[in-house]
Structures are given as C-alpha cells and as structure tokens.
Design a protein around this ligand. Structure first.
Ligand code: PHE
Ligand code: ZN
Length: 896
C-alpha cells in the first residue's frame, strides 16, 4: 500500500476503509470494515516532562506482529501510529535514529521489517492551549488528561483504538511546587527529587488496557481517604482528590464509592483488582466522569456535595456516577470494547448496573420512574428524529457524537429486558460467563449476547434485532372479554428511521396483570413476550370489569397505544399494585388531556371535564396514606413538555400531526393552574404538614420534594401567594434542596422577591462555581416572560465563560431545554442556540455538537417554527471551518 495515496482518515488507522473525503464531508467509518491491527503493543513506556505551557512526552512502544492480522506484506510492514495535531520531534527504532517516517493526515507511519521492534517518538504539547479538553490539558493550574474516545493521539503517537491492549509504565516529572501530587494509572512504584525544584514519580499499571483508559493528573491536591477491604481480604486505599477548599464536601463521594464496591461484590460477584483507587475532581470537563483504570477523573459536579450546596438530586447523581465509573472497572476495563461501534457493550451494561445499584440504595420504584422519565425525555426524541441510530451503530464520522442516550440508556434497557426474561439468577449466570470468558479481552456486543444465551439459557436469535434496529417500537393493545378470560391482542410496529425504512418484529417482554375495577381485586402478574407482528394472549380476568395493567415496571422500552377509558386510568392511578403502573396511569391521563387540548379536539366542556378528572386523581394521590411523600411527588409530576411533543407529533388516522410547543406549553400551564385551584385546600394542608419537617427526618427528602412540587403548582394558580410561599421557604431553608426549589419557583414570577433572592443567592455562593452554575440554570430554565432577555444578559455576566463546559451548559443547555424560551414564537431562542454553537465550535467542538439535536427536531414541530429551526441549521452548515463533530450533527439533522 502506498502511504502517500492512502485516503486520509482522521479516525486514524482503525483498520477500516473509508470513502474519499471532501472538506465538508468527513469520511464515514463502517462497522463492517473492522480489521485487527497488524501489530500488538504488549508494553508501553511513557515519560512526561510536565509543564503547563510545554510538556514533553517520550513514548516507547514495544511492538510485535499480530498473528491474528491477515493482509498484504506492505500492510504488515507499516506501523501506523495515530496522531492528532502532533509533530514528531525525534523518532527512533530499536534504539537508533530513524528518518524514514512519513506523515499521513496526522498519523505517523514507520516501516518495520522484523517480528518485534521498539519504537520511540518524542512529542511536545501546550496543555494550556488545549480548549477542547481532550488529551492533556490544564484546568485551574493543574494538569489532567481525557483520552476516551480518541484523545490519547493528542498526547503521543499510538495505535489509538480500543483493541490494542498494553501495560503501561509511566514516569512523570514536574515542578514540586506547582504539582506536588503526581498521579497515574495503577500503582506508584517509585518517586524522588529531580533538579531545579522538580520531582518525579513512576507508576505501573499491571492490567493491559487500551489507550483510552490512560490517565495522568498533576496538581496541588488533597485527598479524603479511607480504605476498603474486599471480600477476599485485599485492602484498597481509596482517595478522593480535590482542591483544599473542597475537601469538606467529599465524604458523600467516598462513602458512595465504598457502597458501590461492596454492592458489586454482592450483586455481580466482582471484586476490585488493584491496591489503589483514585478519583480526582476537575472543574473543566466535557462529560460527567471517566473510568480510567485506577484513576477516575471526575467533573467536580459529580464529586462535591454537602447539604448547603447540593440538592438531594445532586447527592443521588454523585452516588450514581461514582458507582457507574467504579462498575466500569469490570464492564469496560477488564472487558473492554473491540471497536467504538461496541460502545454500548460497556455503556449500556454499566448504566444498567448503576441503575440497579441506585434502586437498591434508594428504593426501586422511585428510581425506576426517574430512569424512565430520562429515557422518554432524552432517548425517545432521539429515536424519533434525524439522529436516530441503533444501540450498536453501523457507521459514524465522529465517534464523540455517539455518546448518546440511545447507546447509554436504551442500551441499558435492552440488557434489562434480557434480565427480565431470564430472571435475576440466570442473568447473573450469564454475566458471570461473560466476565470469565472475556476477561482481558476487547469484546463485542455479539460476545455479550452469546454469553447470555449460554450462561442464562436464553434464546436470543430474534432478540439481536434490538442491537440492529433504531426507533421506539409501538405496541397497540386491544382487549376483549371472553367469559372469565381477557383476550389481549398486541400488535407491534417500529417506525422507519434514517437508513432503516423497514423493521422486523422484536421480542418485547411485558409484565401484565388484569385487575377488576368493580371489585377492586388485583390480578396476578405474568410476563408475556410479544414476538410476532401480532399475537393474542389469554389472561384470567379477576372480576366482571377487567382493567389491564401493562408494561408494568416498564419492562420494555416501547410506547403502548391503547383505547382505555378515563375511569380505568383513574382506577389504575389509585389502585394498581405496581408503583410504576400507577405513575404511568397518571401520565396517560395528563397526556391524553393535554394532547387533545393542544390539538384542538376538545371543546370547552371536554376541557373542563378533563381538568376535573385529573384534579380528582391528584387529590386521591395527595390524600393516599399508603404512599410515602417521595412517591407522592413522583406520581403528581406532570409529563414534561418534551415528552408531550413526542406524543403530539405522531400519525393520526394516516395523517402526520406536528407538535405545537406554544399550545402544549399553554395547555400544560392551564392544567397546572386548574389543579392548583381545584385542590387548593388539600395542597395547602399537605404543604403545611411537610413545610417544617427537619432536614434529617426519615421523611425529609420526600417532604422537600412535595413542598416544591406544591409551590410550583401555586406559581401558576396563585402567583402572588406562591411568591410569598417561596420567599418564606427560601428564607427558612437550611439546605440547598429547599433553597433551589424556592428560587426556581421565584425565577418564573414577576415579583420583587425574585430579584432580591436571586441577588442574595449570588452573594452567598459567589465563590462556589457549581452553585453559581445553578444560579445561571435556574434563570435560563424559568417560565418568566422575559427569559430570553435574561439569558442574553447572563451571557454578558462577568462570571459567564464558554471555556468552562459546566458554565456553558448551565446557561445554554438549560435554555435549550426550556421549551417556553427555546421555542419562543419569535425564533429568538433558536437563533441564540445557533449563535452559541457557532461561537463554541472553534473552542470545544465536542461540547458544541451536543447543542445541535435541540434544533434537529425541526421536522416534528409545526411548520412556522420548523422553518426557523431549519434556517438556523442551514446557517450553521454554511459556516466556514466547522468541526467534524458539529458538521456531522448538522448534516444528519438536515438530511434526516
Ligand atoms: N466513559 C465515560 C462514562 O460513561 C464517559 C466519557 C466519554 C467521558 C468520553 C469522557 C469522554 O463513564
Ligand atoms: Zn460509562
């Protein structure tokens, strides 16, 4: 192969062919083109001379031929080392200066004649100039790395692909004053002083790993430490590293880590495999956190928490993300991915593992409802729009764009379905087999499914379609009563998605029960698996007025479509024994009413009746003594506007109906007002009951949730009263949950109390960036009539910067997720997000591209707004020098 004429390949030599590129059309990487790498790299030695503006890296790779590679002689001789923006200062092969290297689109190519060689390359980088936050970068005076997915190639020339596993020995050296702490993967094996106030440390990671799991941190940090003893008696030193000022807010993270370690031993039989577990919190980070072997790097948002600065939800998020990264040590690190198309192998499975952990820690019902709400808000729209892709995609241009709710959350649902069908014990046998069989390997989704088939004794031939097909299946339900039985006819269809016009039937496991609305009797639960396009199941009816409860516990990530009377929904909302089914019935009641009202198919009387019924159902929940307050608040939460868009934008009687954000918002506010008004007394009584429950009370969390939920309803039904309530709640608050809840309510109101409390909040927390992020978000998310103006002003605030992803998201992600502001009929909201994308793209393309999907939903929105959204996408597409990340998302959004 002649290197000079090789098609350029910005992904590096992933061994995958690509189409000839044009500037605006980066090459497409195809899953089917996977080939092993010609070389193995059993050992890697790295030497870092660290400096904030200049770091020098010497990488010594011990390579040998990969017997699994099949190719031509020329292919076998060439060693292609990926690079992104790197220049080779010195290249040596087997200890001798080597001058024959070539560059190809950033990659370095060396010709190697023998079976085994040592290749050494020196590179220099400027971490302070790295605004993408990929590779080695500076954050608040410290140095840290982010290598997943393809950041390692911004540090050193290397086969930067997950199927090249290597053991790493790393020497790092830097100024003792600037970087008193030097951390890397694995164990520290030596340290010492160097000249001119510098010091060094040597680290060794005994576990072979792909380059995306490499990490290094150098900075002025302190640790909160406590050992964990594994079930086999190994003592693991656990450290949470932060800046000195943050140390007091790390106990929750450390305790969460210990809980996760114990849980994974008990639940999945997985034990930790090093003597050291380090977590470092950094304030500039593109994502939530990263599972680097033995050295997790975290966004501060998912480490720091105390009751004065973090809400109950923040505490839960810290626990969940700490657990998620810890669980990756097995699902991701010990068993990693063969190529990036297999991303869901580690992410879907690990999300399921962290969900099950949180269910066990905090209660199954509430956690399940939260997870379904996230799925519906983030994944369903993705699956219904131009960016829809299977959990195991077939192609990509920029892999960063595939860290999606589909790969993560739908991926978790797909594995959860296997668990539901197998049962907990058999599922465990399947995961045991998977871990044992593939330990130390780079595996595929197919490997996981095969291990499940054998270990859990499931038959999964047809089930594999869940990995291949995009789109949310719809299950239409119809029922008829035959004597003592109910005949349930289920029909499945999956709508077309880009590149997949026709779908096949998938196995859909549904937990069902048939109750009786007349006698109130609760039916036995059964698991039915719908495998064909259409199937009829016969279930025993437990009484004369059978009511079917279906997809209990949300056993399948599908949409249920059925004709069911309002009375039956009211019955299910009040009496179903499955808490998720109660929640679902309440959601259905509200969805039906709101979509009908927004589409103009309800007359005045129908509208009034609908509101009354929902109000009554809410009152029943409010007064139901069998519920705890956390569940009560959950049941009373109205469906989000995004979810309502999905429900409104569907085909009705063969005609496509579009979502109307303006009308949905209006109707939802009207419903809130009606509820707040019709059950005012009951709401006030409950508010009075919970208002002063102390923080540490066993019911404290539930109380706080109910309190803010009630104040939110009052904000629409009686704004003046709500302002007084919220101001009082704010002033008396001894914790962030109450304070943020109150301020969120105030933010939407035109009241003096709003400005006063916003100012007080800012003054109190001006030195705490994570809390100032909240201050930006609450304003950007508000329903205040002048929210657009507020966001524009906030963008000029001295504390605003696009260089910090948390701050950027706190203003613009919040605003893009605020249906009222974003979908303002002027189109100003769309323009603001497009401007933000264009401004951020040259600084941090990965984060910029994440704003595109909000505009990408234009096809499902009513024509007036759709035209404005599309025009903004066109404007972005026309901009010169767009990053590969943003270009891919914009072109997919326009082509669809
Ligand atoms: N692998 C990380 C996780 O899910 C996410 C991540 C991806 C972080 C890419 C940084 C960059 O745990
Ligand atoms: Zn993950």
């Amino acid at each position: 192969m002649d290197i000079a004429t090789t098609p350029s390949n910005p992904q590096g030599n992933t061994g995958m062919a690509d189409a000839a590129p044009t500037p605006h059309d980066p090459p497409v990487i195809q899953r089917k083109d996977y080939r092993p790498f010609p070389w193995l790299v059993p050992e890697t030695e790295l030497d870092f001379a660290l400096g904030l503006t200049e770091s020098r890296i010497t990488a010594r790779l011990h390579v040998k031929r990969n017997p699994a590679f099949e190719g031509t002689r020329d292919e076998m001789r060439a060693l292609r080392l990926n690079g992104d923006g790197l220049t080779a200062r010195v290249v040596e092969v087997d200890g001798a200066r080597y001058g024959d290297w070539a560059m190809d689109d950033g990659d370095l190519i060396v010709e190697l004649p023998g079976e085994a060689h040592t290749v050494e390359v020196v590179t220099m980088i400027d971490p302070s100039a790295n605004t993408q936050l990929m590779g080695l970068y500076a954050s608040g005076g410290m140095l840290c790395t982010q290598c997943e997915a393809q950041g390692f190639r911004r540090i050193a020339f290397f086969p930067d692909r997950p199927d090249v596993l290597s053991t790493y020995k790393v020497r790092m050296e830097g100024s003792r004053e600037q970087f008193p702490i030097l951390l890397c993967n694995g164990n520290r094996i030596d340290e010492g002083d160097a000249l001119e106030g510098r010091h060094w440390a040597e680290w060794h990671d005994p576990w072979p790993k792909p380059s995306y799991l490499f990490a290094l941190v150098a900075g002025d940090l302190v640790a909160n430490s406590a050992p964990f003893t594994t079930r086999s008696g190994r003592e693991v030193a656990c450290n949470i590293w932060v800046r000195e000022a943050d140390l007091a807010r790390t106990d929750h993270a450390l305790e969460s880590l210990h809980r996760a370690m114990k849980w994974d031993e008990e639940t999945f039989g997985r034990e930790y495999d090093l003597d050291l577990y380090n977590i470092v919190a950094v304030s500039d980070f593109n994502m939530g956190a990263m599972e680097n072997k033995g050295l997790n790097v975290f966004n501060t948002k998912y480490v720091l928490a105390d009751s004065d600065t973090a809400t109950d939800a923040d505490f839960d998020a810290v626990e969940g993300v700490i657990a998620h990264e810890y669980f990756h040590n097995w699902s991701g690190n010990r068993v990693t991915c063969r190529d990036w198309f297999q991303l869901s192998l580690k992410e879907g499975f690990t999300v399921l593992r962290d969900q099950l952990f949180s269910q066990d820690m905090r209660g199954e019902a509430v956690k399940r409802i939260e997870d379904v709400r996230i799925l519906r808000a983030a994944q369903f729209p993705e699956d219904a729009g131009p960016l829809a892709h299977p959990i195991r995609p077939d192609s990509y241009r920029e892999i960063s764009n595939f860290y999606t709710a589909t790969v993560y959350n739908k991926g978790a649902e797909v594995i959860r379905m296997m668990r539901t069908m197998a049962g907990v014990e058999a599922f465990r046998a399947g995961t045991d087999l998977y871990f044992d069989r593939h330990d130390g390997e780079a595996a595929t989704c197919e490997d996981f499914v095969t291990a499940m088939e054998e270990g859990a004794e499931l038959e999964l031939a047809q089930f594999r379609r869940w990995y291949r097909q995009a789109g949310t299946p719809r299950v239409a339900v119809s029922q008829s009563v035959e004597g003592n039985a109910v005949e349930l006819t289920l029909e499945q269809t999956t709508p077309p998605t880009p590149g997949q016009p026709v779908k096949g039937a998938m196995p859909i496991p549904l937990r069902v029960a048939v109750h009786c609305a007349q006698t109130g009797s609760i039916g036995e639960e059964e698991l039915v698996v719908l495998r064909l396009d259409e199937e009829t199941f016969t279930l025993p009816a437990s009484g004369p007025r059978p009511v079917v409860s279906i997809n209990r516990g949300f056993t399948a990530p599908v949409t249920i479509e059925r004709e069911v009377s309002t009375d039956d929904l009211v019955f299910l909302a009040a009496h179903d024994d499955d808490p998720f089914a109660r929640y679902e019935a309440m959601q259905d009641l509200a969805v039906r009413h709101l979509v009908a009202a927004a589409s103009g198919t309800l007359d005045q009387a129908g509208r009034a009746a609908g509101k009354r019924q929902i109000g009554d159902a809410m009152r029943a929940i409010l007064l139901d003594d069998s519920l705890d307050d956390a569940m009560r608040a959950e049941l009373m939460l109205l469906p989000s506007e995004t979810y309502l868009f999905e429900k409104m934008a569907t085909t009705v009687d063969g005609e496509e109906r579009k979502a109307d954000p303006g009308r949905i918002h209006h109707e939802r506010e009207q419903l809130k007002a009606a509820i707040g008004f019709t059950i005012k007394r009951d709401l006030e009584a409950v508010y009075a009951r919970v208002a002063d429950i102390p923080f540490d009370d066993p019911n404290g969390r539930g109380a706080r949730k109910v309190k803010t939920m009630i104040a939110t309803l009052a904000a629409v039904s009686d704004p003046a009263r709500a302002a007084a309530m919220a101001a009082r709640q704010y002033d008396r608050a001894d914790n962030m949950t109450d304070r943020q809840g109150a301020l969120t309510v105030l933010c939407g109101l035109e009241s003096e109390a709003r400005d006063e409390r916003l100012e007080a909040f800012y003054d109190r927390y001006r030195d705490n960036p994570l809390v100032i992020d909240k201050w930006f978000s609450m304003q950007a998310l508000s329903t205040h009539p002048r929210v657009i103006e507020h966001v524009r002003e906030l963008a000029q605030h001295p504390d605003f910067t696009m260089r910090n992803p948390n701050r950027m998201r706190s203003l613009y992600m919040a605003f893009a997720g605020n249906p009222k502001g974003f979908h303002d009929e002027s189109g100003e909201g769309y323009r603001m997000i497009a401007d933000a994308i264009l401004a951020l793209d040259p600084i941090n393309p990965q984060t910029a591209a994440r704003f595109v999907p909000s505009l990408g939903r234009w096809r499902r929105i009513e024509p007036g707004r759709a035209a404005m959204m599309k025009a903004e996408l066109d404007r972005i597409a026309d901009a010169p020098n767009l990053s590969r990340d943003t270009a891919e998302q914009v072109s997919r959004s326009l082509d669809g």
